[in-house]
Design a protein. Sequence first.
Length: 483
Amino acid sequence: MFERSTAIVEPRTVSVFSVYRHPWQSFKLYWRVRRDLLGTLVDMVRSAENFLDLRIGSVRVLLLSRPEDVQEVLITQNRAFHKAKGPIFMAGIFGQGLLTTEGAPWRRARRLVQPVFHRQRVAAWGGTIVSLTHRQVTEWHDGQERDIAAEMTALAFTIVTETLFGFQGDSVSGQVRDATSKAMHFANSRQFSLVRLPAWIPTPSSRRFVRACQQLVDAVSGIIAATDEGDSEVPGLLTLLREAVDDNGNHMSPQELRDHCLTLLLAGHETTGNALAWLWYLLGQNQQVRGKLESELNALLGVESLTAESLGNLPYLNAVVRESLRLYPPAWAVVRQSIAPFRLRDVEYPVNVHVVMLPWAVHRDAEWFDHPEEFRPERWLDGSTRNLPSFAYFPFGGGPRLCIGQPFALTEIALVVGTICQQFRLEPLSEIKIAPEPLVTLRPANGVPMRLYRRVSEESLEPRTRPTDEASVANVPLCPVSH
């Protein structure tokens, strides 16, 4: 299945948005992008042998959807690239955290933050994740209608604040989620605006963006000020970051601490919440898959509560998580900007080229996945994906900037889905297909409305006490979908 020609395919060059030469075609493409960004990008890159060289005004952009090209950018020649600054105001949303810094500041921050996501800590937080999921679903009732996208985002926010920060975030959850949504919609609308005014001009939309960013900063500053981790059995993020030192013995500054916490808070709940929403949408559309998952959970656990130790014995649950991330990767595009000349497909490229790699397109390529549009977790268990090339599947990016929270996110998703599946069956309200909204992350447009049906009594599933001895979780397998 994975054999392919080794002949070099010359990149196709297309000039778009050149209003002086082709104004009508440019506007047609612009409106098509506004209506269906994902479909338009996939059609364009597939028509050009998965490698398209674009001119968007004065900006040169490469669209890539071949695993070997992605590997060249993220691994082989990664020193020639930085994360693209671009039109999306990432620094305005996330501050100067891990997502936005480069070079020595980024390497220093990565070293300081990395211990937070050590596999033993992630496993030790498993009991907390399950307990918080139980707490969330106590508000659910048989036959009730809920927007599962909103429910999962709220749950992911609670999990991040209580595990990483030791803070009960209910009081600021709505504020943070509303501000995040406003900031991302502004960034997205500005990215595709025909007339892009300077950011300092106080238009109504730019003022809303500034207010939203300030709300995020205020919320995180309040969390940091209110957090008391003195009695925590598992040290939280703030304790670890405050105690961490770099190679020169220096601690983080207060602003560095705030910005890294802001990044982890926003990225940690936004991406995971969206991933969970898409997974429930897929299970609602595929009753046979849902039945197999329920059967696996029943056979292993019965009415006992799920634990981190259980994940290694639940292959179908892990395959469901992996398959959902294939079809709906929260990071639907990975963008880099060249800071040095580089070479792809025997063509030399200069600095300041934007390279857009599309997990959305690669994951849906029939060359790598049979029936790629189908939700089929079995593909991860029957050997058909065993010899996938590197970067045929990369929902968390790759290379030195592989998502630092990947182990936490994978474990969290599996525990939340397994815990809820034991208690509730979620049914779609209609056959209407939910459209993806490609903002900074891939959101379900207009939510995921579903009806809840209770499977077991509320008293039959009690969370187990989470392990507090690190030795007891040292050999717990990190969620097997990790790679």
